[in-house]
Ligand binder design. Structure first.
Ligand code: EPZ
Length: 418
């Protein structure tokens, strides 16, 4: 099993280029199924989840070529509407394929996406939205069969601004007859990027980025090319890394507006964030101050930055409170941070963090993608050596993490079991 071996204490200094966004890439790859043709997507990060999506699309009959950040998807001959169970379990985001396949073939068979370390991952909002468009969904033996030959536009109100449900309904609605409104829609930048990709294919969508999205169904869509937006969570992760190690990092390929919640919080904690230029520069000299954080749908503080922020606040001066409002169980990293000396108390959805002078290196385990990277950040700031196990979780969402960190002075190695 591969591990990271980290020697703490280095101040991170230098320039990092942020990759394309994982959470924009995955729905856009699924959306390529909506048109028989060849789509080319640029700035695609080399991640395990992207490779899994390539595998699923290939199994469905697409010809997929992925090299040096460019992904070419030839979806002229889609033969299968069934997503293999093992791959569905491997990656929850395959649920996006429901909307795309309904829009292309009028049917889809998927198994229930597995839960994961951050809590139950229900898809009731996805199914309610697809049913409102006229999809008939039956469940048998852990599989769902969704059929909808004649999808029709509808007025869908989401109980919660679910990112995935918003994207899934958008993809099915582009081929529905008539107009669909999605109210209380997710406003994440990745939803806007999906809208832009679909509109380049000939869809007629307005309002992504606001809480109401209008989709006018069209009879057909054509292939297009697209560059994925930068990954705001990878950017936020490196911004926190600079602040935690009293470093000085310049991020290239980042959209300042998309990381605004993290910028504001880092400034509150005493770091300096300069967003005047093309990129973003983060510096910190003294010990950070404690701050309070609550995760909310965009443009609130991103839940995907919560574990990394907790690692940072574990060494800040004073007591911080983090409230996790999005996922029911996104505190799996707490026990591991405690092993490194962090003083954290959990009360329901709240974590109370009493900052310590310095964390200490330890043997810890990654439980999911963002919890894993939080432990990397803690190890970078800690005294002594940290070993992180189960780093395959981290590979799901970070392209060449250790290479980028080494490039700015971190002492980190990927080792395999001795
Ligand atoms: C997307 O997941 C992201 N994944 C997640 O990033 C991110 O944490 C999340 O949005 C919130 O921003 C991708 O885009 C591939 P949700 P998604 O539907 O769509 C509940 C990462 O680290 N809910 O907005 O699954 C759900 O249980 C990953 O990159 C329902 O109750 O998130 C959760 O509590 C982790 N019913 C909340 O809504 C539903 O039908 C937010 O989920 C759907 C969701």
């Amino acid at each position: 099993m591969e591990k990271f071996l980290i020697a703490g204490g280095a101040e991170l200094r230098g320039t990092v280029r942020i990759a394309g966004a994982k959470n924009a890439t995955l729905p856009i790859m699924a959306a390529s199924l909506l048109c028989p043709g060849i789509c080319t997507i640029y700035d695609v990060p080399d991640l395990r989840d992207v490779r899994v999506m390539c595998e699923i699309l290939t199994l469905m009959g697409a010809k997929v070529e992925y090299k040096d950040g460019t992904c070419q998807l030839d979806t002229r001959n889609i033969s299968s509407a069934e997503v293999p169970e093992n791959l569905m379990r491997e990656m929850r985001s395959s649920v996006f394929l429901m909307g795309a396949l309904l829009g292309r073939l009028g049917r889809v068979k998927v198994s229930y996406p597995g839960g994961c370390a951050i809590g139950p991952r229900p898809i009731d909002l996805h199914l309610k939205g697809l049913a409102a468009l006229g999809t008939r969904i039956s469940e048998r033996h852990g599989y769902m069969l969704a059929e909808g030959r004649e999808l029709r536009g509808s007025d869908v109100h989401l109980d919660f601004p679910s990112v995935g449900a918003t994207e899934n309904i958008m993809m099915a609605a582009v081929r529905a007859r008539g107009v669909t409104l999605i109210r209380n829609a997710a406003k994440e930048p990745e939803v806007v990027d999906l809208q832009n990709f679909l509109n380049k294919m000939g869809a007629r969508i307005r309002g992504a980025g606001t809480d109401t999205i209008k989709i006018e169904g069209v009879p057909s869509l054509g292939p297009t090319t697209h560059s994925v937006i930068p990954d705001r969570i990878e950017a936020g992760t490196f911004m926190v890394a600079a602040a935690m190690t009293k470093g000085d990092i310049y991020l290239e390929n980042v959209i300042a507006e998309h990381v605004e919640p993290v910028t504001a919080k880092l400034r509150e904690a005493g770091a300096e964030v300069d967003t005047k230029g093309e990129g973003i520069r983060v510096t910190a000299s003294g010990r950070l101050q404690a701050v309070d954080v609550k995760t909310l749908p965009y443009p609130g503080y991103p839940t995907d930055m919560q574990p990394q922020t907790m690692a940072m606040l574990s060494g800040a001066e004073g007591t911080s409170v983090i409230i996790e409002n999005i996922f029911a169980n996104r505190f799996k990293h707490v026990d591991e941070l405690r092993r490194m000396g962090a003083q954290i108390k959990i009360e329901g959805r709240a974590a109370v963090i009493r900052g310590v002078e310095r964390l200490s290196g330890a043997f810890v385990e990654a439980s999911d993608l963002r919890a894993g990277v939080a432990l990397v950040l803690a190890g970078l700031a800690a005294e002594g050596e940290t070993v992180i196990d189960n780093i395959y979780h981290i590979d799901r969402g970070y392209d060449s993490l250790e290479k980028k960190l080494k490039g700015i002075g971190a002492k980190i190695e990927r080792i395999t079991d001795r």
